[in-house]
Design a protein around this ligand. Structure first.
Ligand code: PTT
Ligand code: SF4
Length: 601
């Protein structure tokens, strides 16, 4: 089919076997690419295995839009059975590797087995090699990136892990280009468990599109439209850090382990401070909205900032200086650890210390402790060991009520939005397909702008609409959603792009259905892999139900449990799931997933 390489590259690391397989037409039309391909492969091939064993598989997948000369199209999905949650896990990373994989003519790479010694995989069009990585093992992700670029060229696509991944830390991510990170639920640990330090991809071919000239023209129009958007200029100044002030004003900034939603020092680290300290900008390929804002950090090195990173490694642990939070962000990148889970883990330890549940004195906002803890977590040593499997596991170990403020859903730590007074966002975290991430539905902005405190059915319907577009379409197409989210780039462009690429007309109606197929298959995967999976897995942390915020304009508020239950029940109804949250046979069959229905039935 036009727009695809039509091939899957399989690398069996145990025996060094390389094979190239054809991707079927039905796979492409039913699952589109990226996340859709990843979950289909996991469903078919990864059943009831230990995520860190050689039986698990690590998938890198692009979609028809990835790597094309289109707005923000340099993205790639990295997915696996998650060692952090035990269910489906993925992330969406912006990287030159996406462009190169496309040019090399592959839509997906599946790494399976386990290499007997540290290695990296080199993909140069048809030439695939498994090479020795003993000189790279142990290096941080910046050093290893430099070494690989020196060897294979500055522009090659590099996906790699830091020592966190090597040490199997359950929230280690895959890194790229010194500041892109993907696969929050431990995709870096899966890569480490296979003894793979990196993938280096160099493609030189051309993607065969249905109408290249039209695609070029449409792409140019898209880039021009983005540049002309009202919020474009402001976005270029602050990027995702523009959310910092907004979040604080609305009482949603994660503060002191999500206890509060406003931070007394927020003015010292918001987007305007980024503007003042601005020392450069970076981003993903194919993008004219480059959102990686660089500042000199507290150790006088360059750090690339994002709202989530600064929210979680700033107010959430009481750090009040942007350069200091920048240093923690950079350390996380070097070690290849997810900043969100890291910030949650450090916040958890600080709260545990305050409550006397651990002997160590770890004060809020202590920069020295925070740095020490990142290194200890990356090594899985000292106090860091307690949280190196995530806060859910840590709370299970120390008990004494800490489960209530271990801020996760399904084992994945919540991203940087405090939901005491945002029931819709609480439900978005509760029902996101990988755990508490805003990826599938960032309903919070819509919720605050419309009917913030309601628990009505319209909100649940809106949530599902977001999940279809974000978790279904953007993850499978595989392109960045930020042009649409941040500068209101029209959704109508995407079916038009798809048509110029594949030659096939697809309506949004049809793409919604594809999205539902992907999300239902993910849900079925959870059900199959996690024996106790069901309704009880779809709740945000107790803290948001039980302890009201004590400051800011939503002071005194918390999520109403009964009303949350009602929203969750509506959610299941609208999705065609039973009241335990499992897709019904009818729902699965309507989506063409008959075999799946039989297996989980
Ligand atoms: C994403 C999650 C996010 S979401 C952030 S900041 W964000 C954190 N970034 C990390 C980082 O940096 N270093 C690190 N060591 N860990 C990090 N963990 C966190 O990971 C990211 C952007 C961002 S920045 C967002 S919202 C959007 N996410 C998209 C998405 O999920 N899908 C999609 N189709 N488009 C998206 N566009 C935006 O991409 P995960 P990236 Mg990311 C330094 O990876 O696992 O999906 O988690 O990939 O290239 O860094 O782009 O305010
Ligand atoms: Fe990458 Fe940011 Fe551009 Fe999206 S907006 S493609 S995350 S640089």
């Amino acid at each position: 089919m036009n727009g695809y390489g039509d091939r899957l590259l399989r690398v069996d690391l145990s025996i060094g076997k390389i094979s190239k397989e054809t991707i079927s037409d039905s796979m492409k039309s039913d699952f589109l690419g990226g996340r859709g391909f990843a979950v289909k492969i996991l469903w078919d091939e990864v059943k009831n295995v230990d995520p860190l064993s050689d039986k698990n598989k690590l998938i890198f997948a692009v979609g028809p839009l990835s790597g094309q000369l289109l707005p923000s199209a340099g993205k790639m999905v990295v997915a696996s059975k998650s060692p952090l949650t035990g269910g489906y896990g993925d992330g969406n990373i912006g990287t030159m590797a996406s462009v190169h994989l496309k040019k090399a003519g592959y839509d997906a790479v599946v790494l399976e087995g386990k290499s007997p010694k540290p290695c990296y995989v080199l993909i140069e069009d048809e030439n695939i090699q498994i090479l020795d990585a003993s000189d790279l093992w142990g290096k941080n992700s910046f050093e290893a990136q430099d070494l690989l670029e020196k060897k294979h060229g500055k522009n090659s696509g590099v996906l790699l892990i830091g020592p966190g991944g090597e040490n199997l830390i359950r929230f280690a991510t895959v890194m790229s280009q010194k500041g892109r990170a993907g696969g929050r639920p431990g995709m870096g640990a899966v890569m480490g468990s296979k003894n793979v330090k990196a993938l280096v991809i160099k493609g030189t071919g051309n993607v065969s599109n249905f109408d290249d000239a039209r695609l070029r023209d449409l792409g140019k129009k898209g880039y021009d439209e983005i540049k002309g958007k009202e919020n474009y200029e402001f976005w270029m100044k602050q990027g995702t850090m523009q959310a910092f002030e907004w979040s604080n004003e609305n009482g949603c900034l994660p503060t002191y382990n999500f206890r509060e939603g406003v931070f007394e020092f927020s003015k010292e680290m918001d987007g305007y401070v980024v503007e003042k300290l601005h020392a450069g900008r970076k981003g993903c390929p194919m993008c004219n909205m480059q959102c990686g804002h660089i500042i000199k950090d507290a150790s006088d090195q360059q750090a690339e900032l994002d709202y989530e990173n600064i929210g979680m490694l700033g107010p959430n642990i009481g750090i009040r200086s942007l350069p200091q939070a920048g240093t923690l962000n950079r350390l996380a990148d070097e070690w290849g650890l997810d900043t969100i889970s890291l910030g949650s883990s450090i916040g958890f330890l600080m709260e545990a210390s305050e409550k006397g549940l651990i002997p160590e004195k770890v004060p809020w906002g202590d920069f020295e402790w925070a740095q020490k803890l990142i290194v200890e977590i990356g090594k899985g040593e000292g106090l860091g060991k307690l949280v190196s499997q995530g806060v859910k596991a840590a709370a299970e170990k120390i008990g004494k009520g800490s489960e209530k403020w271990a801020m996760h859903v399904k084992g994945l730590e919540a991203s940087a939005y405090n939901c005491h007074a945002c029931p819709g966002m609480a439900l978005a975290f509760g029902t996101c397909s990988i755990g508490a991430h805003h990826k599938d539905a960032w309903i919070i902005a819509w919720e605050i702008a419309t009917d913030r405190f309601s628990y009505d059915k319209r909100k649940v319907e809106k949530l599902i609409e977001f999940q279809r577009v974000r978790g279904g379409f953007f993850e499978s197409a595989t392109v960045c959603r930020l042009p649409w989210v941040e500068v209101s780039f029209g959704l109508h462009w995407y079916p038009v792009y798809l048509e110029a690429i594949t030659g096939e007309k697809r309506s949004w109606e049809d793409l919604y259905q594809m999205g539902d197929r992907v999300l239902n298959l993910i849900r079925a995967y959870w059900k199959r892999e996690v024996p106790s999976f069901g309704r009880k897995w779809d709740y945000p942390p107790d803290r948001w139900f039980e302890e009201p915020q004590s400051e800011g304009k939503v002071k005194g508020m918390k999520v109403d449990r009964e009303k949350y239950e009602q929203m969750l029940s509506w959610y299941y109804e609208l999705r065609g799931w039973d009241q335990n949250g499992i897709p019904t046979r009818e729902t699965l069959e309507n989506l063409g997933l008959k075999e799946v229905a039989r297996e989980i039935g």
